[in-house]
Every structure is written in C-alpha cells, then in structure tokens.
Design a protein around this ligand. Structure first.
Ligand code: HEM
Length: 122
C-alpha cells in the first residue's frame, strides 16, 4: 500500500512538472512568423494601353498574351524597320510567329524577347 502511495505521488509530481514545462515553452519561446512567399505582381495591360505606345521611340507589343516594351531593342532588330515598326502598339503574335514571311523566330530571339517583358495582356 505504501509502495502504491509513493508511485502515485511520483507520477503526480512528474505530471505537474510536465505541465509546467509545457506552459513555459508555450509562453516564452516565440513563434517565428512564417513569412508568406510573395510573388512579384505581374502587371496587366489592356490592348488600349499597348496602343498608346505605337512609336519608334516608344514601342510596346502584345505577343502570345504578354506585353513587351521593345523600344531599346528596335535599333538592333535585324530586319528593315518598315517590317517591325507597324507592329508597335499592336497585338503582334502573328507577325512574331511568321516574321511576316512565314518563318518563325529562333529560340535565341525567344530568349531575347523575355528581357523586354513588362506584363501580361488583360
Ligand atoms: C512582331 C514583329 C516582328 C517582325 C515582323 C519581325 C520580323 C523579323 C524579320 C523579317 C527578321 C529577319 C529575317 C529573318 O530572320 O527571317 C527578324 C529577325 C529577328 N528578329 Fe524579329 N520581328 C519582330 C519582332 C521581334 C522582336 C520583338 C524581337 C526581340 C525582342 C525580334 C528578334 C529578332 C531576332 C533575334 C532576329 C534574328 C533571327 C532570329 O533569331 O530569328 N523580332 N525578325
């Protein structure tokens, strides 16, 4: 009987100590805030906004659902300017896909294009 009393007393105090320890951990160890992953906002443009950039010194194009500001690239484009300039301010996917000649741009041109992406078409 005495043995049972000692065992239950030890178990009781161990339980009390356990609760105190848990309480200490919960109240004193700060919960580190998990910062949410914030995706950079992708800007959306209406075709009407793209249309406002239809000049040689301010040339945007909508291609495959994205919007590109290719103003600084224009002087480096290998074709005659007359071929590419009419597409400033426009939905130019078809022209991009065919170069107005039924030939697609190379994958290098595709990579280059990504440098000029400013958003998506809404
Ligand atoms: C959407 C209107 C465009 C038209 C009509 C057009 C047309 C052409 C033409 C005629 C050529 C030269 C001839 C040929 O390679 O077959 C060419 C080549 C090229 N264009 Fe364009 N282009 C356009 C937009 C762009 C844009 C936005 C970029 C990049 C920012 C670009 C990058 C290149 C490159 C790198 C070449 C060299 C050949 C190649 O890699 O395909 N073009 N393009």
């Amino acid at each position: 009987m005495r043995k049972l009393f000692i065992i239950s007393t030890v178990v009781f105090w161990l339980a009390v100590a356990g609760f105190r320890l848990a309480d200490f951990c919960i109240t004193t160890i700060p919960v580190t805030a998990v910062s949410p992953v914030v995706e950079p906002a992708v800007k959306g443009y209406l075709l009407a906004e793209v249309a406002g950039h239809a000049r040689q010194n301010d040339c945007w194009m909508a291609i495959e659902g994205s919007v590109y500001d290719i103003t600084t690239y224009l002087p480096d484009h290998p074709s005659e300017p007359e071929l590419i300039l009419p597409w400033c301010g426009k939905e130019a996917t078809q022209a991009w896909r065919t170069k107005n000649k039924g030939r697609t741009h190379t994958s290098r041109a595709n990579q280059l294009l990504e440098n000029y992406r400013i958003g998506v078409l809404r």
